[in-house]
Design a binder for this molecule. Structure first.
Ligand SMILES: NC(=O)c1ccc[n+]([C@@H]2O[C@H](COP(=O)([O-])OP(=O)(O)OC[C@H]3O[C@@H](n4cnc5c(N)ncnc54)[C@H](OP(=O)(O)O)[C@@H]3O)[C@@H](O)[C@H]2O)c1
Length: 298
């Protein structure tokens, strides 16, 4: 029996990934969810805007697992707030807290429950890389303290949507730095874990732009296939969800030395992340600063 634990499997392309897991023989799916989950999945309550909820989830999950171990941990949930004014119950900017910090804590809490040779995947975004030329402004730095409290950043963006876009892309940079840092932790090495970042590429038809201005939101959510005909680099939800499932189910493996999977024109590719994402000092600082924020030892 293969055991998969996932966040972000209740809507968007992640729901398609979850359904593929559920259609796979001998596979048990435990979904961290704040609402309902696809039939057949074992839903365990999780609200990523609260570190207390992350801790309760990890503990409830541990009880559910009993003596079973986790074969694949898929951390796919994400949000794209309209501005950087929102703060989680722990006082951190929402995109940073949900997309990065909550998943960082979850990965660390569940590390002891991972099986030997298990897989961990964090969903990132090509927006983290200035070279991608995305419509979202790229990160300016990877300073966790300033990302958690954007008002303290002397160079913070004045326009709410620019600030929000940069907070989102920066949180996705944090995901890649976390992947790189987790992979070199002694416990991860001892278990021979594979730790990957996954970029679905721009994929309309999901709820990610629910906070966007009306026309953009409706186009994104409802007219995904029309958008894909107009903008060739947009991916289908099926490709975004299917490639994630293929990685998680071990149907594809990263080429040696690669840890950044990115869907381009519906096809899975293996890329180099941005220069800042490859920076070792930024990686180590992100790991230890995040540890302080969640009250763990680095
Ligand atoms: N679509 C794209 O173009 C694109 C591109 C690059 C990266 N991504 C990334 O891909 C991932 C999935 O995005 P999507 O486009 O499929 O968006 P989506 O349709 O909005 O799905 C987001 C998922 O995250 C869950 N989630 C959000 N906030 C949560 C919270 N506080 N606690 C627990 N779960 C929460 C949602 O649960 P509910 O069902 O309860 O809302 C949902 O399952 C995200 O990490 C996103 O950043 C997307």
């Amino acid at each position: 029996m293969r055991t998969i634990v996932m966040t972000g499997g209740t809507s968007g392309f992640g729901e398609l990934t979850a359904r593929e897991f559920l259609a796979t023989a001998d596979t048990r799916l435990l979904l961290g969810a704040r609402g309902s989950a696809p039939a057949g999945a074992e839903a365990v309550p999780l609200d990523l805007t609260s570190l207390a909820s992350v801790r309760s989830f990890a503990s409830a999950l541990s009880d559910r697992l009993g003596s079973d171990e986790i074969d694949a941990l898929i951390l796919n949930a994400g949000v794209n707030p309209p501005d950087v004014e929102g703060r989680t119950s722990d006082g951190f900017e929402t995109a940073f807290a949900v997309n990065h910090l909550a998943h960082y804590l979850l990965a660390r809490l569940l590390l002891p429950r991972l099986a030997a040779n298990a897989l961990v995947v964090l969903t990132t975004s090509g927006t983290h890389d200035p070279a991608e030329g995305a419509m979202v402004p790229p990160p300016r730095h990877a300073n966790a303290e300033l990302l958690a409290h954007p008002e303290r950043d002397p160079e913070h963006d004045a326009k709410p949507r620019t600030a929000a876009g940069r907070a989102y892309s920066s949180s996705k940079l944090c995901n890649i730095l976390t992947v790189r840092a987790l992979a070199i932790q002694p416990e991860a090495a001892a278990k021979n874990l594979t730790v990957l970042a996954y970029d679905p590429g721009p994929t309309p038809g999901t709820g990610l732009l629910r906070n966007a201005p009306t026309i953009g939101r409706i186009m994104w959510q409802t007219f995904g296939s029309l958008l894909r005909r107009l903008i060739r680099r947009f991916n289908s939800r099926e490709a975004a969800g299917g490639n994630l499932a293929a990685i998680a189910l071990g149907k594809v493996h990263p080429p040696a030395g690669h840890y950044y999977a990115a869907v381009r024109h519906d096809e899975l590719t293996w890329l180099e992340p941005s220069e800042l994402a490859r920076d070792d000092e930024a990686r180590d600082a992100m790991w230890s600063d995040s540890a302080s924020m969640v009250g763990l030892q680095p």
